[in-house]
Design a binder for this molecule. Sequence first.
Ligand code: DGL
Length: 257
Amino acid sequence: MDSFIAVFDSGVGGISVLREMVRLMPYEDFLYFGDSKNAPYGTKDTQVVRKLTVAHTQDFLKRGAKAVAIACNTATSAAVRVLRQMYPEVPLVGIEPALKPAVEKFPTGRILVLATPMTVREEKFHKLLDRWQGDADVIPLAAPGLMEFVERGELDSPKLMVFLSELLAAYRVGGSHQVDAVVLGCTHYPFVSEAIGSILGDEVEIFDGSFGTAKELKRRLDEAGLSAPTDKKGQVIFENSLPTEERLALCEKLLKA
Ligand code: DGL
């Protein structure tokens, strides 16, 4: 691959964004890199995640990436500003919790934002709240431990259901803080969205920012004149800092999920 898009996450979660990108731009070549060796990012120090994200991005660019997508809310909140300063000429997209569409749909509703501890702690999230919250009651909820289920490929195990029941008890239909919507503010969570929906109840709408991020990447590539010709099919290559056979097989499975 000589002109590819690098897509990056702390592990396998960013594949929820990658699959939207592949659907939207099947003619592009993608290199997906998961840093499972250093996962989880969400419970680490911001400086540590910033350093890792910058180092991985430098490596992608050295290898010839034409664009970089940080398919991780946590790494985006830790490093996207620094990276934009370092590489103003590179199309670089990040992801943030899809609060805007949720508030537009439920302007006076109660909205749960599920994310990692770092994402809900960082300034970027607080700015997002200031911008879009309006009259909605937005409840940020850190979910340490949830991404690990996805890393293990456990998308509907009994243990996962117990974990989610305990985490979400107050917010389910009939609970003390029943919500109208939940925003999946971590790219691992779309892979367990059915499990989350089954705990919260069918009436609760689920929002995630994957498609919006894919559209933004396409817009940036088109604008920069960097989109690939649309008459050939692109390829997807998976790399991981802990590249076991099992994990690479999980990557392939999640891309088709
Ligand atoms: N997938 C990452 C995100 O979107 C976080 C998972 C982690 O804690 O490493 O925030």
